[in-house]
Write a new protein. Sequence first.
Length: 418
Amino acid sequence: CHRLVDAWSGAPTRPADAYASLKVLVVVLLWIELSFVTAHEPTVLAAAEHVAIWRAVKKHHDRRLQPDVVSFLMPTLNDATADAWAAKLAACRALIIASWAAFVLVPRRFPQLAAVCFAAGAAAYVMLGGIVVTLHQTRTIQGLSLFLVGAAAAVPSLSYNSRAASWLREYLVVCVLVPTYLFAGICKLRYYGIKENVTGRWLEGIFQGKAAHNSLWPALNYAITESRVLLFLASWGNLFVELILPLAVLFLHPRSRTGRIARVIALPSWASFHLVIFATTGANFARMVPLCLLAADPLAWRRPQPDEDEQAGPPTDGDVFRALLATTIIFWWFVVQFRSDYAHVYSDYPLHSSGDPYWPIPEMAVYIGSSSSKHRRDKSDFAFTGCLNAAIFVGFLVKLSRPREKADASESGRPLLK
């Protein structure tokens, strides 16, 4: 267990002030949810209203791969009880706002009270998020929900345990950000094929149709689809952001020079990527942008001196629990991928349908629908991505089993990204 704890919280650099950064994130998150920033995508705090109009938005759920969170949380939901359930969810919304406001205002000298306030709001947010995801089958909420689960486990120890702060940052990067982008890229290979990703032909259907209507500059969409060179560049840019960068961040040591460079490039690239796809297709992943900024340690200027040589204390029971939680989450991501490949290769699951369970861990099959059906050939693409996922999983196991020593002396020095 100690080796596992060191893998998650021993070597990675800890943020300058994780406690204050988390408070800033909560304020930004409340602003995002209470404003129109998530336009085109559902708002978690409006779950009560979504349920109130549930009669008109009933969705078909493939129970082979997609859990029905609504039926689990509200088993008696029907036309007659929808308003009553909506009133209960409105109370949960008030709980989120009140508890997170209290968390922001509670002084640092009351860490346990702050932890209770944050956990109460996080639990209610994750519950409402599950309902909204089930009703709308969106993939823009799960990443933040996963982070809130991890943050709730770390908040009680942030004020005195340096391992908790290091763990929270590594959890955010490895268990939330990297899988979100990595598996989104692998899904493009799974459902569109290697050839279409190399040539960029898969983007033709993305930039046209509904996406063109949601685009801020529809003329740009059509210009891209008319140019083979622009399609090629756009597709390879997507592969760089959603495949190469996540793999680099996942496998390079966070304190090595190359590892720091990879994170310096990846975090702003991911944040900018969301702005680009929103402008061109209308897909709104606004909740992921503050997570990328949080991983970049926005309060690094408050650190009085570098802490490269700071030694973490002996692991506590909380450290062991957090290490097991992070390991479970990242393994769950891989299980979802393996299950999708297996369902398409070895069962009768239709090739034109994604195997996305949506909640709590999504497959990240973004832009997979009618536009991808004409690009599918056979089951070989699913077999390829299954082998690719297996290779990444084995590589990650090898990395996780190694002692997380400090970076080599040749690569030591002040980090580029603290």
